[in-house]
Each structure stands twice: as structure tokens, then as C-alpha cells.
Design a protein around this ligand. Structure first.
Ligand code: GRG
Length: 300
């Protein structure tokens, strides 16, 4: 099977597992109002499922072979979707469309969307803990997996990037601040997706370092392409409003580097990411390299 078909097959696995998870939440009962429906709405609205696929490719690259690791990988999609729901709220970016559909709060209201996001974050850690238990990883590795993910999404990671991003709206910022925002807001979750795969497979420090470097560089490429698509892309294909960065007065790679230089920076980051994998022989099937290419060439 070629790599593209493998990626499509893996996206289907994530979609299927998410549906099963939503069914299990429903079976849990309780008076949740519309919270589970809102969680399910945002989770099955679509999405490329890059983070769990990255985690599994990294897991396999480090010698992991147990399909139950998908449970931990899917936890990353829950965290990612949680950040999207909260990012779209009126108090943050106030967006109307996400993944080609009205945003969660437009359908379910701000209160339910806020609770759906919070509930999804907790569900993610429940899934990750369940995965560590099923894989019988032991306390030390399980704690490393859980705290690695928690610190990547907390104040020293995604939340920190979001804070600086919001503070920087309609202000002139330099390239250092732009890199800080994206290394934390976007790259941190992509980076920990890769290292989590390594941790679940029991990888040592050198391999984890290489996976982190790969994740950082594809995170940079990912964000530059995101900024380019905001300028050059089409709302229908993107599934969200194009041109939103400029409307919101956000500094972006095209606004600080220009279009041509931004494209070169993205290509160089993707190339660097693959070089680090080759040096450590972490991608025998070429899946991580294909993901770097996919991130660079994507149109949505
Ligand atoms: C506590 C973790 C946490 C978050 C709260 C709201 C917030 C703070 C942070 C926002 C983080 C954010 C939305 C970053 C943007 C990352 C990004 C480029 C998302 C788009 O990812 P894709 O293209 O989306 O992978 P799909 O829809 O394909 O999954």
C-alpha cells in the first residue's frame, strides 16, 4: 500500500474510534444537557487527524507494534478539537465556521461549547491514562506520557502561545514574538504528538530528542502554510473564513516575511524535519516524511 493510502486508512481508524468513544460517553448516562452532542458535533465535523497519525507513526518508528496505542493517539485529537472549540469562542477569535460547519458555540451556545471543550480535555486524559494502563507501561512511563502532554498544552505551551497571540492583535510585533507564538500555540501539540508516540514505545532520550526536533520543524512548516492559506486559500476549501488573520490584525509569516520568503521557510523546515529522522533511522516506512510533505502541500 502506498503512503497516501496508508494515511487515508489511518484517518478512517481515528474517525471510527472517535465515533465509538462518543457512543461510550452516551452510554455513561447522567444529565449532561447538550454537552455530549456538542462534543460529538465538533469531533465528527471532520479534520485531517494529523496529530494521532503523527503519534502512531512515531510510535511505530520507535519499534511500537501494539494497536491499543491508538487510544493514546486519539486523545491528542480530543485535545486539539478542544483548543479549536475554545479558540472559536466570542471571547477569543469569535469565528463562525470551523471544519466547514458552523462553530460549536454558534450551534450549541457559548455555555455548552465552553463545557464541551473542558469536558473533552478531561476525556483526553482519561483516554491517555486508559491507554497507558492497557499497554501496561508502568508508573514511570505513564507519568512521563501524561505530564509531557499536560505541559505541552498548558501555560508553557499552547495556552502560553494563545495568550501572546491574543495580546499581539492589532500591535506591531517582531519575528521573535511571531516564532514564540507559533512554536507554542501550534507546534507544541504537534511536537508532543511525536514524542508521545516515542514515550509509548519506550524510546530513549536520543530518539525522543530527534522526534521533538522533527515535531518542532513540521509545526513551523504547518503554521507558515496555515498563514499562506489564510491569504491565498479559499474559505469553502479551508472550511473556515479565509482572510481572518488580516481582519483581526494578526501578524503572520506572510506579513512579516512576505509570501515568497514564507514559502522558502516552510520548505526548509520540512526538509530539516526529514533530515533528523534519516539520521536516527526513525521512519523506516517513510510515513513521517510523507506527513511532512503533506503538511507542506496541503490546501486545507
Ligand atoms: C488549554 C490547550 C488549551 C487551549 C486553550 C484556545 C487556545 C487556548 C489555544 C488555541 C490553539 C489553536 C487553535 C491553535 C491553532 C492551531 C491550528 C493551526 C489549528 C488547525 O489545525 P488543523 O489544520 O485542523 O490540523 P483540522 O481541522 O484539520 O484538525
Amino acid at each position: 500500500m502506498d503512503v497516501k493510502a496508508q494515511l487515508a486508512e489511518q484517518k478512517e481508524i481515528v474517525d471510527r474510534r472517535i465515533k465509538e468513544l462518543a457512543e461510550s460517553w452516551r452510554r455513561g448516562g447522567g444529565n449532561d444537557g447538550d454537552v455530549i452532542s456538542a462534543m460529538e458535533y465538533s469531533l465528527i465535523a471532520g479534520g485531517k487527524r494529523i496529530r494521532p497519525i503523527l503519534a502512531m507513526a512515531s510510535y511505530r518508528g520507535c519499534g511500537g507494534g501494539d494497536e491499543r496505542a491508538w487510544r493514546g493517539a486519539v486523545a491528542l485529537e480530543l485535545i486539539h478539537t478542544y483548543t479549536l472549540i475554545h479558540d472559536d469562542l466570542p471571547s477569543m477569535d469569535d469565528d463562525d465556521f470551523r471544519r466547514g460547519m458552523p462553530t460549536c458555540h454558534r450551534v450549541y451556545g457559548v455555555r455548552t461549547a465552553t463545557l464541551a471543550g473542558s469536558s473533552m480535555l478531561l476525556a483526553a486524559f482519561e483516554e491517555l491514562a486508559g491507554c497507558c494502563r492497557e499497554l501496561e507501561l508502568g508508573d514511570k512511563i505513564s507519568a512521563r506520557a501524561m505530564s509531557g502532554v499536560a505541559s505541552a498544552v498548558g501555560g508553557g505551551g499552547v495556552v502560553g502561545g494563545q495568550v501572546v497571540d491574543l495580546e499581539s492583535e492589532h500591535r506591531e510585533i517582531g519575528r521573535d514574538t511571531l516564532h514564540y507564538i507559533h512554536s507554542h500555540k501550534t507546534a507544541a501539540l504537534l511536537r508532543v504528538s511525536c514524542t508521545l508516540g516515542g514515550i509509548l514505545a519506550g524510546a530513549g532520550a536520543e530518539k525522543l530528542k530527534a522526534l521533538a526536533a522533527y515535531g518542532e520543524d513540521i509545526g513551523l512548516a504547518f503554521q507558515i502554510v496555515d498563514d499562506l492559506l489564510d491569504v491565498e486559500g479559499d474559505s469553502a476549501q479551508l472550511g473556515k473564513t479565509a482572510g481572518a488573520d488580516q481582519a483581526r490584525g494578526k501578524a503572520t509569516f506572510p506579513s512579516l516575511y512576505g509570501l515568497e520568503e514564507s514559502r522558502k521557510l516552510a520548505a526548509a523546515a520540512a526538509e530539516r524535519s526529514c533530515a533528523v529522522l534519516r539520521r536516527r533511522d526513525l521512519d523506516p516506512q517513510g510515513v513521517l516524511a510523507a506527513l511532512a510533505r503533506f503538511i507542506l502541500d496541503r490546501s486545507c
